[in-house]
Design a protein around this ligand. Structure first.
Ligand code: FAD
Ligand code: DHB
Length: 393
């Protein structure tokens, strides 16, 4: 088999890249180890930056998002039993965020690729990358019938998430990895209930962080800070509701609406950056190259930003034979990635309760929250990062 760009992974990065390349007249094939049902059913992110929404609309995959997504002009920060609204639109000249689940974005992108005759090979196994430092790299794998296949391409895009086979192909002698593991986990639930609030609520509490988000008028998404080593079996529905009520409580009697919990799970939290994001003809994008803790809602949006840079660089190569944008790929992406890493680390440090913090450090955290919610300059900084920093080409 042959194609121009071989893409490993049908997450937001791989699917978006394939669609962007298609619109530029560049062929690609995506190979994915999971089934279509699995990628379209995995519950993950929910918040799309303004730039992600604008891109989806510009490339013709935003129609359902505009109908079913929720447009939020502000967020609420809660601490000491009081609510403080950050009016993001007012502070960022009208920008906002859209709550639209990642698996819905995936469904829309798969539908667009399928409609355009794009090739996505699901259920592949034993994926390996070869000859990346030549001008004819190859991806070998077993297809869903177990047959060995070789995909010859000009370039390989490693969009295979944090645990995929692409990143380790960058020789360790030139690969620098920056990492921070947090002593926090997030217990996420999906609940059948109407929304308890019109906007997202990020709550800081002595018992730990809590987040109230939404999916639709019927389904809500909520998160609790837990110990990352906790077994989900230790968290009965009653215990979850007890903690959510306590951490989200306000002095003015705001009420959290309960409902049946239809899904629950715990994720660990880390910050991670790989530098460089490229080696020979291999380019990493999204979680394959960097991870942020979810507090800033940046992971999916960073994946989308990377592939915009990559698609543009590949376009310059195929249309004009220009290689400089490809050569600068790491530099271009990492400038913005590091700012999102900083913001995600900051939001995480600001909102979570650190079991190792002294009373002094806890008071500093509360002073930070007080400053943030009373200074227009500080609120503007939070808002411009939350709605998404501009692309830096
Ligand atoms: P992935 O989505 O991980 O996709 C990688 C794909 O590669 C997968 O489909 C995988 O099956 C495939 N793959 C892996 N190995 C192989 C292999 N060997 N062969 C073939 N295929 C392979 N981000 C936000 O922006 N906003 C949020 O609100 C937000 N909230 C989050 C909440 C939670 C609970 C979690 C877990 C994450 C959240 N994120 C959020 C992060 C976001 O989900 C990720 O950053 C995003 O999925 C990254 O996309 P990706 O395409 O790079 O990687
Ligand atoms: C959601 C996830 C996040 O990480 C976040 O910061 C806000 C909302 C969500 O899944 O809805």
């Amino acid at each position: 088999m042959r194609t121009q760009v071989g893409i490993i992974g049908a997450g937001p990065a791989g699917l978006m890249l394939s669609h962007l390349l298609h619109l530029q007249g560049i062929e690609s094939v995506i190979i994915e180890c999971r089934s279509q049902e699995e990628i379209e059913g995995t519950i993950r992110a929910g918040v799309l930056e303004q730039g992600t929404v604008d891109l989806m609309n510009a490339i013709g995959v935003g129609e359902r998002m505009m109908r079913e997504g929720h447009f939020h002009h502000g967020i609420e920060l809660r601490f000491n039993g009081e609510s403080h609204r950050i009016n993001m639109s007012a502070l960022t000249e009208g920008k906002n965020v859209t709550v639209y689940a990642q698996h819905e974005v995936i469904k829309d992108l798969v539908a667009a690729r399928t409609q355009a005759g794009g090739e996505i090979l699901f259920n592949v196994k034993e994926v390996s990358l070869h000859d990346l430092d030549s001008d004819q790299p190859k991806i070998r794998f077993r297809n869903q019938d177990g047959d060995l296949q070789e995909l010859n391409c000009d370039y390989v895009a490693g969009c295979d998430g944090f645990h995929g086979p692409s990143r380790p192909m960058i020789p360790s002698s030139i690969r620098k990895e920056y990492q921070k593991i947090y002593p926090y986990g997030w217990l996420g639930i999906l609940v059948e209930a109407p929304p308890s609030a019109p906007e997202l609520i990020y709550a800081n509490h002595d018992q730990g962080f809590a987040l109230l988000s939404t999916r639709s008028l019927e389904i809500q998404r909520m998160y609790l800070q837990v110990n990352p080593n906790d077994d989900i079996a230790e968290w009965s529905d009653d215990r979850i509701w007890g903690q959510l009520h306590e951490r989200l409580a306000t002095k003015d009697g705001w009420k959290l609406i309960e409902g049946p919990i239809i899904q629950k799970g715990i994720i660990a939290m880390r910050s991670f950056v790989c530098d460089p994001m490229q080696y020979g003809r291999l380019f990493l994008a999204g979680d394959a190259a960097h991870i942020v803790p979810p507090t800033g809602a940046k992971g999916l949006n960073l994946a989308v930003a990377d592939v915009q840079v990559l698609a543009r660089a590949l376009d310059a190569f195929y249309k004009k034979g220009q290689k400089d944008l490809l050569q600068d790929y790491t530099k271009t992406c990492l400038r913005r990635v590091w700012k999102a890493e900083r913001f995600s680390w900051y939001m995480t440090s600001l909102l979570h309760t650190d079991p190792k913090h002294s009373p002094f450090e806890r008071r500093i955290q509360l002073a930070d929250l007080d400053y943030l919610t009373s200074s227009r300059a500080a609120m503007t900084s939070l808002a411009e990062n939350y709605v998404g920093l501009p692309m830096e080409w």
